[in-house]
Design a protein around this ligand. Sequence first.
Ligand code: C5P
Length: 277
Amino acid sequence: MTTAEGFAPAKVNLTLHVTGQRADGYHLLDSLVVFADLGDRLWYEPGPRLSLEVTGPFSQGVPADARNLVWRAAEAARWTGCIRLEKNLPHGAGIGGGSSDAAAALRDLGGPTSAALALGADVPVCLSSAPQRMTGIGEVLTLVPTVPALNMVLVNPGGAVPTPAVFAALAEKSHPAMDEIPAVAEHAEFIDWLSCQRNDLEAPARSCAPQIDAALTSLNQADLVRMSGSGATCFGVFADPGTAREAALRIGSLHPTWWVRACRTIAGSAGQVPPYG
Ligand code: C5P
């Protein structure tokens, strides 16, 4: 029996502007989304029945049944067999987690992309690991080929942050959209542009989860520091991989209980497969 392998990269919202709210409560977003060269891994072995085994450092508390989005993605693909999911990313953490896993399974098992949005608002963007501008509630996607590869440190100070609570704590629902994305791939100019954009969920997330303040402060040597998604993971962008690695080592030794990783994001022009680290 052949076992196929899949990869679910960490999603990072370089920006996340909340521009309105629909009548059904879902929020309208304008977000620049990129993907990192680290993530969860999946293995698929076809068989007569669907089963799911969850392993890895963040497997605790992850359901291995129909509550798991990977299971529902397999059902949407009408696929049966054994799926092993290795959870390397913290979940409830603003970096994709379950959404990226679900998108990987849907894509790898040949499920219809039309099923993605019903699995979660973040699932459609995770179907591709290229940089994308995400609008609507997450379903309107445009590839942004000018985003350069970025050297980053991801810092998660612990404590799952429930996305609905963060949206509920957002006082003003209608913020300005992103500025026009520059047609340049040069690091400094891109960082200048990025520093004028926002994550509108940062303030409400900090009020729900005060540990985010310490995570942001720990990254103060980066060229740009921001929270991803609804938190609590924060990212720092560094000029080169060596500086990012040094920062990750320093932050990790100061905060041994935090999840701290240096990574590189997948550039817009690159169609290549990441080094599945
Ligand atoms: O779609 P998903 O289940 O991932 O979303 C989780 C929650 O996040 C939703 O129930 C909703 O409270 C909030 N959300 C939102 N607007 C979005 C995406 C998510 O209000 N565009």
